[in-house]
Design a protein around this ligand. Structure first.
Ligand code: PHE
Length: 444
């Protein structure tokens, strides 16, 4: 096949890159605010769903990628045959749409590093933080400039290529991220009054669980593990044959989950400790948290660290989204990486502009009652990703089927533990579970 295909330089490099894709705004921003909104049982439901759906689907995508050595379109053609490459195209479209609004929110995190460092957020009360946030995101130009800068940074990494760009960046940034996150979590749980928040986060409260809790948890699993759109598939297509695939998959899933857990520990107890509301929803990160830092000893430093952490996490995720799109043109159309990356980045940025403007000057133009940014978010993560995940489960479960287990068995030390259970989940449990969320999100 492709003897010259680039590979990851080491197992550590692959795991850092794949964890870099998984660990992102989803962990640092989405997970804590959802756990805050839904209360204690969210964590345990999330963990259960990660183990059942998350791990099975990561292994499924890894098998498709590594066995075919291709990005999504080629992988489905080689592994599943006629018709299935359309699923790869869906994945590329999903990556494209997600990236377009992801760079906008990522741009905010970069802007907040500056705001924090300059002391602009030192004032303290959530009302003031609300005003600052709104004043920033409704500006017509500045947020677009930040999104553009973020797009350029992501493109620069992707142009560097798999091993020299993505792997090198991830190996540097991911350990940094862990250190910062641990510092922040320690600060949070040692604040006086953190105990209430700790038990709110960790002790299950089943009375607060509704259907919406389950829907939020499963879509969080998908988004957080970069599933359903071929990011994990694409990264694993550069995985050398000698790597132990099931072990790599469990490592990536464990790291992603650990980061979500630490992010929850870094945020929820701190919010309780300063007596603010933890159920603010999406604005928890940009409005509640700066107010928390303002009231915390040394809060400016921890605040700057926090937004640096967010920007790092977002960068390695944005890189993986861009790589899904770029690798298609490189693999299937033999195009050169650098020009394709520049072109894709420009197109993604162009779609990001209306998302950014929809926070301010275009906020009156809603579509189905949603802003453009919310709509892009809903279409990609609420519809396209679950559909992608459902079809990938069906594809690996029924079409690739036992051949997928064979692909692992060719290496005696890489046999998939519980292979039968894995296929059963892909064939029945995952499709039914995902179809159910899709239904819920449409009814909702
Ligand atoms: N997993 C990333 C996060 O948690 C987002 C992402 C989704 C990245 C899909 C790549 C693919 O923020």
């Amino acid at each position: 096949m492709s003897g010259t295909r680039e590979n990851w330089g080491s197992r550590f490099g692959f795991v850092m890159a794949a964890a870099g894709s998984a660990v992102g705004l989803g962990n640092m921003w989405g997970f804590p605010y959802k756990a805050g909104e839904h209360g204690g049982a969210f964590l345990i439901i999330y963990l259960a769903l990660v183990m059942v759906f998350g791990l099975s689907l990561v292994v499924a995508e890894f098998v498709l990628g590594r066995a075919s050595q291709r990005s999504p379109v080629g992988a489905f053609r080689i592994m599943a045959g006629r018709g299935w490459p359309a699923l790869g195209v869906l994945g590329i479209a999903t990556a494209f749409v997600i990236l377009s609004f992801y760079i906008v929110v990522a741009g905010w995190t970069v802007a907040y590093i500056g705001l924090m460092a300059r002391g602009a957020l030192a004032g303290g009360q959530p009302e003031a933080m609300n005003d600052i946030f709104n004043a920033f995101v409704t500006r017509p130009i500045a947020p677009i400039v930040y999104a553009g800068g973020f797009m350029i940074a992501s493109a620069a990494v992707v142009i560097g290529g798999v091993s020299r760009g993505i792997e090198r960046t991830s190996k540097l940034l991911m350990p940094m991220l862990f250190v910062i996150l641990i510092v922040l979590a320690l600060r949070s749980v040692t604040l006086p009054g953190a105990g209430v928040g700790l038990s709110y986060f960790l002790v299950p409260d089943w009375s607060a669980v509704t259907g919406a809790t389950w829907t939020a948890a499963i879509s969080q699993v998908f988004f957080s593990l970069s599933l359903g759109m071929g990011a994990m598939l694409t990264y694993s297509s550069y995985m050398p044959r000698e790597h132990n695939l099931p072990r790599n998959a469990s490592l990536v899933v464990t790291l992603d989950t650990l980061v979500a857990l630490l992010a929850g520990l870094a945020i929820i107890p701190a919010v309780f400790a300063v007596g603010l509301q933890v159920d603010a929803g999406p604005s928890l990160t940009f409005i509640t948290l700066p107010a928390v830092f303002a009231q915390m000893p040394g809060g400016v430093y921890f605040g700057v660290l926090f937004f640096i952490l967010l920007a790092i996490a977002a960068l390695t995720s944005a890189v993986s989204l861009l790589e899904v799109v770029v690798s298609y043109f490189v693999d299937e159309h033999n195009m050169r990486r650098a020009p394709v990356t520049v072109l894709c980045a420009l197109l993604v940025f162009a779609l990001g502009v209306p998302s950014s403007l929809s926070m301010g000057v275009w906020s009156d133009n809603t579509i189905f009652g949603q802003s453009f940014l919310d709509l892009m978010n809903f279409i990609s993560t609420g519809v396209m990703m679950p559909i992608g995940g459902l079809l990938i489960a069906l594809c690996v479960g029924w079409v690739v089927g036992p051949k997928a287990i064979e692909a692992l068995k060719s290496h005696p030390d890489q046999a998939m533990p519980l292979a039968g259970l894995w296929l059963f989940i892909l064939r029945f449990v995952a499709p039914v579970g995902i179809a159910w969320i899709l239904l819920q999100s449409f009814i909702g």
